[in-house]
Ligand binder design. Sequence first.
Ligand SMILES: Nc1ncnc2c1ncn2[C@@H]1O[C@H](COP(=O)(O)OP(=O)(O)O)[C@@H](O)[C@H]1O
Ligand SMILES: O=C(O)[C@@H](O)C(=O)COP(=O)(O)O
Length: 420
Amino acid sequence: MLLGAIADDFTGASDLANTLAKGGMATLQFSGQLSGIAHDPPACEAGVVALKTRSAPVSEAVSQSLAAARWLLDQGCEQIIFKYCSTFDSTQDGNIGPVAEALLDLLQTDIAVVCPAFPATGRRVFMGHLFVADRLLSETGMRHHPLTPMNDPDIRRWLGHQTRGAVGSIALDTVRAGSASLAAAFAAEKKAGRRLVVTDASSDEDLIAIGRAVADHRLVTGASGIALGLPRNFRARGKLADAAETLPPVTGPGVVLCGSCSTNSQQQVARYAAANPSLAVDPGALASGEMTPEGVAAWIAEQGDNAPIIFSTAAPDAVAEAQRQFGREAVAGKIESFFAALAICLADAGIRRIVVGGGETSGSVVEALGLASMHVGREIDPGVPVLIGERNGPLGLALKSGNFGGPDFFSKALQELGRP
Ligand SMILES: Nc1ncnc2c1ncn2[C@@H]1O[C@H](COP(=O)(O)OP(=O)(O)O)[C@@H](O)[C@H]1O
Ligand SMILES: O=C(O)[C@@H](O)C(=O)COP(=O)(O)O
């Protein structure tokens, strides 16, 4: 393993794994529970460890990230990526800053880029501010996120709340001024003691230039865009086999599970539910025991050939009401546990294709299914690849970030999982 990554959620991990695989690296996605694979992981050039630490307490996020990093170093990784969300999902108390600083300490290094840009999905950083399409982050649906509402688009300031040390920055003009200028800017930040450097990027070319500039950095942090330029650094050193991997199609019954409440997911759910069997998860019915995973699995078994969708997706006022009634973490946990238990019932009853909406939701589902490692296949929509794991035979998954995917994503993903 040459390049190791730690992702703070599962959709983020598959987004990054997709970029590395498209860049020509033989890539595997591992689940955070490393105990099952620790001694004998399947061979790969890039390994992405998916954690569920985005909304975990800071100390847990740090300790799990360090454990994953140590494991990746033991596998021989020369560089570590810390992958967080392209909308920088976090609170003022963490977790991006504390994890990044702990990784700098572990790797005994004094500099790391911070760049959440992912232009293919409209995320750009300019003058330290994060934009989603033509809006500042704080003016998008991310201000209503159930767990990490993002109200400040200035990544330098937001990260500054989370870190012990001062945060540096490099502007787009410098990124575009050529590799010598960029290298000098990183050197200047390092000399000034600013270890985490928010770096502007607006295009794939910017990200490739940054990738070249950080070839010798032990730690790289960002969204999946930051990995665009990294595979070529290893290729230039003659380290990649460049062997094409094609995955077999996964046929068999399918299901869509969506726990994301993003604006995008709301539209995708409405579109899919209009043409397929659908069931809304009611937090109150979960709390009272009226709705159970077994009951819903039985309902799914009665549906016809069209893959049903089960969703807790709701508009911000309904989410706020459920949170007021049950508590923010409690209701999220209840819904995640429900999807996790449901996924087990379904995978053991013959479902072979599972499309999941939402990062936290995906983490619960994949961890519950006990999928230690997954192969990365073709891209379905920007940032979302086909994944294949093993549970009673091949199991095809697509883990969709709340904000990703076109309006017909769910039908497209089910089709792509089954396509040769
Ligand atoms: N109706 C709801 N009310 C309250 N919380 C919800 C509801 N539906 C989902 N959630 C919780 O909101 C969180 C959504 O996060 P996630 O799955 O990561 O989606 P996204 O990818 O959009 O961020 C999960 O913890 C989920 O359990
Ligand atoms: O970088 C991104 O936007 C995604 O890879 C990501 O992290 C997804 O997180 P969720 O939106 O919570 O699924």
